[in-house]
Design a protein around this ligand. Sequence first.
Ligand code: GUN
Length: 292
Amino acid sequence: MQLLDGKKVSEDIKNEIAAEVAQMKAKGEKVPHLAAIIVGNDGASLTYVGSKVKACERVGFESTLIKMPSTTTEIELLKKIKELNENDAVDGFIVQLPLPKQIDTQKIIEAIDPSKDVDGFHPENFGKMALDMSTFIPATPFGILELLERYNVPTDGKHTVVIGRSHIVGRPMGILMGRKGFPGNSTVTVTHSHSKNINQITSQADIIISALGVPNFLKAEMVKDDVVVIDVGITRVEDETTEKGYRIVGDVDFENVSKKASFITPVPGGVGPMTIAMLLKNTLLAREQRRH
Ligand code: GUN
């Protein structure tokens, strides 16, 4: 069994990005600038956004964190997005999801200038991704592709089973694994809450990408020998023995599934850190595109 070490690979990527930023600085060029909007004070979302800002500092990017109250109206948020769209100093920005229920998420995503949409959630960018055109690929799927590539995990002709059809992970992942090239050329099955006999489907998978959010959902008896397992789950469970009072658990029963797997991601230290590294990569791309 080979561990897919997202923590290490994400550090490699951040070092590569930091080296590029150092070159930009040496040439007197503007460095990439990422802005993030967070609405409300959900603990997990604040932690994620905080990590994104910290990662910017680490590689030498400029960053701006915009915190808005949970009572923010759709109009107020749209106004802030317009400001960022028009602010030439900002190369890319994200609106952290989920948003409070008074705000229509899709309307917000569509208000973002596609050339600054480093999350790759805008329908224009999502469509380009599905059409194999050059664009921003959503950070979590992009991070999974990068892990598969750097560890040379075979995907050609393999049966990939994606668990979950969210717009952020499952849906784009299914599209990307079926695209031409490497990593890709897979035969893809996307399962979701209405799927029947999930155990039978996962038992036939060469690669399983689980983005469900149910702790320990994927058990050893649901997978075949030598399976490749990518665990996107990041559920917080209470644990008073830890400093923070919680720990992060994945969708996969790691202890038992890892005994059958050829490659597997740990949680934490697998997909999570890759997501942040690839958001930085998209922001670097956004800066490079704006230079031309
Ligand atoms: N919430 C969970 N994942 C993400 C992400 O990748 N981007 C944004 N903006 N919000 C998220």
